[in-house]
Design a protein around this ligand. Structure first.
Ligand SMILES: CC(=O)O[C@H](CC(=O)[O-])C[N+](C)(C)C
Length: 298
């Protein structure tokens, strides 16, 4: 018999997981966006950043360690509620597939519940992603366009209304629906295979949760990176540059940089994915344990 699914507890524990994830993952997320959006070097010139380490060093030397945490206010304000909504969507997705409250789910059902979570997430994530990407790529100095997330949202609204703030929603769906399915299915699978015979999946083990969470994050990104590259380019491009959306970004990328450009930024993404999602699932499971202790019957 499985544990009773409670979307309300998933919501609260998911929010706690999101806070843990931002603190653990923001530096590598900044490096990822900078690598993905750096300008193409002119013939004979070397690229702005040679790779992950070079980008990290240049950022720290020029902007200090906090440069790596640039644009964090937006994800923190957006990611905690986003993960709360994401885990709520996962809880609802699981509940919808159960005939009885204690039914166990198959891995295919976990995948589908994860896809529901991906739809829920995108609705609140798309504007935050656009603002975060624009703030992460702007250089310090007198020409700085946006003073912060609120100013960025206001300017986008002034320039193109709500459509501008939501630019990239289709691309975010393309990234997060299959990736979230993979995320939750991989987590449940790994928790299951790592649970020693004789113990229960529900007895929390910190090492197992960190391992399952870390690899689930990597599985998520293995699916999400190509649409993420298209999304980052589209969301940071000047208005009108890609009239047909990410299809135009894809064509341009294939023409000018080839298929491997779809995996640009893979190193910082994977380096961030493991610790960030290990921290996220540990925050989630610990909060869930606390909630189950406080409200055992819910
Ligand atoms: C794109 C994203 O937010 O992925 C999440 C994991 C991560 O590394 O941030 C997973 N999920 C989309 C399920 C929220």
């Amino acid at each position: 018999m499985g544990k009773k699914v409670s979307p309300a507890k998933d919501f609260v524990a998911g929010g706690a997981g999101g806070v843990c994830l931002v603190f653990a993952g923001q530096p590598l997320d900044t490096i990822k966006v900078r690598l993905q959006t750096m300008p193409k070097p002119a013939p004979g010139q070397s690229p702005l950043y040679k790779g992950t380490w070079d980008c990290a060093m240049k950022t720290v030397n020029k902007e200090g360690f906090l440069g790596l945490y640039k644009g964090m206010a937006a994800p923190l304000a957006g990611v905690a509620p986003m993960f709360a909504i994401c885990f709520l969507g996962f809880g609802i997705g699981k509940k919808l597939q159960q005939k009885h409250p204690h039914d166990n789910l198959t891995y295919a059902q976990f995948f589908k519940a994860g896809m529901v979570a991906g739809v829920f997430t995108t609705l609140i994530m798309a504007p935050g992603e656009r603002i975060k990407c624009l703030l992460q790529i702007q250089a310090d100095g007198p020409t700085k366009k946006y003073a912060g997330p609120v100013d960025c949202a206001k300017q986008l609204y002034r320039e193109g209304g709500i459509r501008s703030i939501y630019r990239g929603t289709g691309a975010t769906l393309l990234r997060d629906v299959p990736a979230s399915g993979m995320y939750f299915m991989a987590y449940e699978f790994l928790q299951h295979v790592l649970t020693p015979a004789g113990s229960s999946r529900d007895d929390m083990s910190v090492a197992r949760t960190l391992t399952a969470g870390g690899f689930a994050g990597m599985a998520n990104w293995a699916v999400a990176i190509p649409p993420d590259v298209l999304k980052s380019r589209y969301q940071t491009a000047p208005h009108g540059k890609y009239p047909n959306g990410i299809r135009d970004v894809f064509r341009e990328l294939m023409r000018e940089e080839g298929i491997f450009a779809l995996y640009r930024g893979v190193t910082p993404v994977m380096l961030r994915a493991f610790p960030a999602n290990a921290a996220c699932f540990l925050g989630y499971e610990s909060t869930m344990k606390l909630l189950n202790w406080m409200f055992p019957d819910e």
